[in-house]
Design a protein around this ligand. Structure first.
Ligand code: COD
Ligand code: ATP
Length: 250
């Protein structure tokens, strides 16, 4: 399994980039969507949220009132931590299940896990590649206000609830500069997909070769298989150059 962690600050353009990667053939798993699934009515997470925040965060039909909860957690870090303590373990478990399902038919498929809080919550350890979609803070605020109709103070609060650009760029293998035109973002994304597909095919090929060698050494154990660790975890970061915009290490 070759998994790419795709991250970026709010309104950086992760959705745009991951939709293009999916069009090119990647499996796309969206943490924001999983975070909605795990709080659907009847889930243990929604019950825990209602216990912690009260019924005022529920709509009359029993579903989560996202605006009401957002207003609380984006202005109170303790409340946000409590919410994350409920949602993140459920999202983590569901994401791992979805990643396995996505590669059952084709182990060489690129899996893109689109996760806004990679730096803050998920860490880089399980990913073969970390891609950061990057646009400056001011550009993102402007997008939230003009394209999403958000109040500027709200936009700033959401940005301030996240890691800084520097923290995200520090863990990037590849950076997509999304501060220009949409076409420029898409062209970078196409070039990135070509590289990712090559890396995924190489990893799947190496895993298949290793499994065949294991089987030849111990023919009685037909189930022997090696777990191939993330490519990334085999490469110490310290002696690697910082990624240049758009391009990346291979
Ligand atoms: C607070 C909630 C109800 C607000 O819902 P809303 O529909 O307004 O926003 P949505 O979920 O679509 O998120 C939009 C963006 O907000 C940012 N964001 C969401 N949660 C967080 C958080 N805990 N910390 C920082 N930024 C966040 C992300 O950039 C995300 O892409 C919701 O974001 C939530 O349940 N968050 C906790 C779960 C979580 O951490 N999700 C992030 C992915 S695991
Ligand atoms: N060069 C660009 N690259 C990407 N998006 C751009 C660009 N120029 C403008 N945009 C617009 O900026 C917005 C980016 O929003 P998008 O939903 O892709 O961000 P996101 O990172 O997924 O945000 P969130 O964290 O809220 O999920 C879109 O409306 C997109 O059309």
């Amino acid at each position: 399994m070759f998994v790419v962690g795709l991250t970026g600050g709010i309104a950086a353009g992760k959705t745009v980039v991951s939709a293009r990667l999916a069009e090119r053939g990647a499996a796309h798993i969206d943490a924001d969507r999983l975070a909605r699934e795990v709080v659907e009515p009847g889930t243990p997470a929604l019950e825990a949220i209602a216990r912690r925040f009260g019924d005022a965060i529920l709509r009359s039909d029993g579903s989560l009132d996202r605006a009401a909860l957002g207003a609380i957690v984006f202005s109170d870090p303790d409340a946000r931590r409590d919410l994350e303590g409920i949602t993140h373990p459920a999202v983590q478990q569901l994401s791992q299940q979805r990643m396995r399902e996505a590669t059952e038919a084709d182990p060489a498929r690129v899996v893109v896990y689109d996760v806004p809080l990679l730096v803050e919550a998920r860490g880089t350890g399980e990913f073969d590649r970390v891609v950061v979609v990057h646009a400056p803070r001011e550009t993102r605020i402007e997008r939230m206000v003009s394209l999403r109709g958000m109040d500027e103070a709200d936009a700033v609060r959401r940005i301030d609830a996240q890691a800084t650009d520097e923290q995200r760029l520090a863990v990037a293998d590849d950076v997509i500069d999304s501060s220009g035109s949409l076409d420029e973002t898409l062209a970078q994304t196409d070039a990135l997909y070509d590289r990712l597909a090559e890396l995924a095919a190489a990893k799947a090929g190496a895993a298949a070769k290793a499994a065949a060698a294991d089987k030849a050494a111990d023919p009685d154990n037909a189930c022997a298989s090696r777990i191939t660790p993330p490519v990334r975890s085999q490469q110490p970061r310290a002696d690697q150059p910082r990624p240049s915009s758009v391009s990346g290490r291979s």
